[in-house]
Design a protein around this ligand. Structure first.
Ligand code: SF4
Length: 95
């Protein structure tokens, strides 16, 4: 397992959607904006809390396959609204 900090900029996000097709960790809310689902937290609550945020930041503990999915999701975003960081060093890994 590896950790990634995943950020969705909800101002940039235009709700176009391909990110959500790449990973189970991202779904679209009722405004068609991307929300990062937080394991162990109630989905509806996460969706509700995300409504108040300009940037939603979540540290995810991922298998190598899931890490690849997160990168694919970020790469699929046509407006580059998804950012990925190393949570230990703060290094920006994408874009
Ligand atoms: S692909 Fe980008 S613009 Fe579309 S919902 Fe996902 S984050 Fe938002």
């Amino acid at each position: 397992m590896g950790k990634l900090k995943v950020v969705v900029d909800r101002i940039i996000c235009e709700g176009i959607g391909p990110c959500a097709e790449e990973t189970k960790y991202i779904e679209l809310d009722r405004k068609h904006k991307a929300v990062i689902l937080e394991p162990g937290k109630d989905k509806e609550k996460v969706m509700e809390e995300a409504q108040k945020l300009k940037r939603q930041e979540v540290i995810l503990d991922l298998t190598p396959e899931e890490e690849e999915e997160i990168f694919r999701a970020a790469e699929a975003c046509p407006v580059k609204a998804i950012f990925i960081y190393d949570p230990d060093t703060g290094e920006q890994l994408y874009p």
